[in-house]
Design a protein around this ligand. Structure first.
Ligand SMILES: [Zn+2]
Length: 212
């Protein structure tokens, strides 16, 4: 049977929605919070602003009405929640509208969720100055705050591999117009200043781009 039909049927029955992952390295943890067809032309990167277990529970809870295609843990483990061919609820222009920095091909019709793949990175986002884990200090305070949980190299490497795989399969260019942070789409701050997708990071510690 068709992989997508198996998933959709599972969701309709309210049981366990199983599907084979689109990304060979992914562990399936299905969420039925999905919309209609997805025709990916961009990848939107998010941060969970919380821990893995809470993020998976929230993104899989039918009451939450939110989801993402993928969640990438700090150690690089990749979970797939929604098949790429259906829309996941990781972005929405409906209530607050989308921001002017969103590329027109993505937000022009107000339905970015039907033209994108959503990836959540497990990361706390803003942290206190004395946070015991790895911290990135953003001198410029571009998002109005100085201390952010840093993204471990294993997680950055896993994100790079996943995005390059998606981009290759869907013919998406890996560039700043087609691989964007959530803040480029809506009035959000995730994944924050610690995730330098295409640019050198000049705070503390400095660092090379995920996609150099
Ligand atoms: Zn987000």
């Amino acid at each position: 049977p068709d992989n997508l039909q198996t998933y959709l049927e599972g969701c309709r029955k309210g049981g366990t929605a199983a599907f084979a992952p689109d990304y060979a390295g992914a562990v399936v943890a299905a969420s039925c919070n999905h919309g209609g067809e997805n025709h990916p032309q961009a990848v939107v990167v998010h941060a969970t602003e919380g821990e893995l277990a809470a993020a998976l529970a929230h993104l899989r809870d039918p009451q939450s009405r939110v989801s993402a295609h993928y969640v990438v843990d700090r150690d690089g483990t990749v979970y797939q929640l929604v098949p790429e061919r259906v829309a996941a609820y990781h972005v929405a222009c409906g209530v607050e509208g989308c921001v002017s920095s969103c590329p027109p091909f993505l937000c022009g019709d107000g339905r970015p969720e039907s033209r994108s793949i959503g990836i959540e990175l497990v990361n706390r986002g803003k942290v206190p100055q004395d946070w015991p884990g790895a911290v990135y200090e953003d001198y410029g305070m571009a998002f109005g705050w100085r201390w952010w949980e840093d993204y471990p190299q294993a997680q950055r490497d896993a994100l790079k591999r996943l995005v390059e795989d998606i981009a290759g399969r869907w013919g998406i260019a890996v560039d700043p117009e087609h691989v964007v942070g959530h803040y480029r789409v809506q009035g959000k701050r995730d994944p924050g200043p610690a995730l330098n997708l295409f640019w050198e990071r000049n705070g503390n510690p400095r660092g090379r781009a995920v996609f150099p």
